[in-house]
Design a binder for this molecule. Sequence first.
Ligand code: PLP
Length: 511
Amino acid sequence: MAAGAPPGSPPDDEPAVAAPASLPPLAASLRAAYDPARFRADGHRLIDRLADHLVAAEGRDDAPVLPWVEPAAAQAAWPDDLPDRGDDDLVDVLTRIAAGSIRLHHPRYLGHQVPPPLPGAALADLVAALLNNGMAVYEMGPTATPMELAAVRWMARQLGLPAGAGGVLTSGGSLGNLTALLAARQARAGFDAWAAGDHGGPPLAILGSTQAHYSLARAVRIMGWGDGGVVPVEVDARWRLRPDALDAAWTRAADAGRRVVAVVASAGATGTGAYDPLAEIAAWCAERGVWLHVDGAHGAAAALSPRHRHLVAGIERADSVVWDAHKLLALPALVTAVIFRDERRSYQAFAQEASYLYAAGDGDRDAAHAEWFNLGLRTLECTKRMLSVMLYGVLAAHGPGLFRDYVERVFALGAALAARIDAAPDFELVTPPDGNIVCWRWRPAGGPPPGPELDALQARVRRAVLVRGRYYLLQTRLPVGVVLRAALMNPLADERELDGVLDEIRAVAAV
Ligand SMILES: *Cc1c(COP(=O)(O)O)cnc(C)c1O
């Protein structure tokens, strides 16, 4: 026994060293759940079922695109007690989930800006899920870290940004916009807002069009700038930010005592898909010393098509760009690039370390920060999925031409749907589309003029289409009123769907 043992210790003939605490045997449940043989067998069966799902959807089967169930009924149908008996077949459960879900691969899906993901990208995502490299520090993503930096630099090059541009991947355009605006604030506020908080200087503002995505207004409020933090800039007849209205917006901000740190331009506004005139906006920003942030979540991918590149002319002058790969790069959600013209700015979103970063000069931007390889310093996420795997996998397997073909196809679908609407006497095209988002109204002969009744008619028609489930399309409210809206995201759609959706509207409206 140990020296100086207290009174009452075991007598000397007991073992001097306690036996190692015995480890209970591995639970059978754990052994079974981690069993590679089971994974192999389930995986093969699951892939077969998912391929059947694709065959049915892409084959335009008659099952609904969206098996519509009222939300309360859907809630009631899912038992409150989770199916936790443990004797369900995983593949069957996953198949039931697919059966109740909206089917993005069906060509009659004409809905949100969420693509039918490339099946190969879904396989790549499975790799990310299984490897689960956490990404915040390099050791937890020794492949994913360099892959991510390379992927973002590739995207920056596609936009024509100069050498030295780069950034990080994050989970969604909303978070991406916040990340970029945090960096813009730190760069242009004129005080250290990260350290001093919002009270360290004058109130701040961004200028953005009335069509800017709501995540920007949210980001501004999250930063504590309040209601006046977004100064709206008027749009033209096609919903594009008017550069000649920037001066007036600036003055309104100044009159309210606010310092403008950034202009936010949309490269593909969510509602109408309109592209703001980036080159003119960039010139204005350069003159004023204001940061230009381009929200290209939806439409930056136009840069990949020689035919549509002109829409983003000037994006190469942006200070930051957000680009969702889970929109027009057809990847599963969420993969968003936050790209900075100067990659070192990416550190400024969540810290203020610029002084020593910039002291390192313009030489090697990797060496400029001692921990450039620990990406968690530059994102709100701590643990993060291996977001670059999907982009990398698709580029490796198909090349960038696939993305170009995708963009050109869905933009052509947008133009073709718009042409049909324009030619039909009972429909009104709200605006010629720049890309794959089309807005229009049902205007039957003898129908109501623009106003609440016409708005109600659009809403009624849209609801009837939704409930019937054969097609999926949207409605939105623009300054002209309520409109029907479609984002053409499925490249496999063709004339049948373009004619069919208009006929579907006529059919449901007649009931
Ligand atoms: C979709 C979209 C967003 C939001 O991106 P999420 O990835 O859905 O968070 C922001 N801006 C624009 C222009 C968008 O189209």
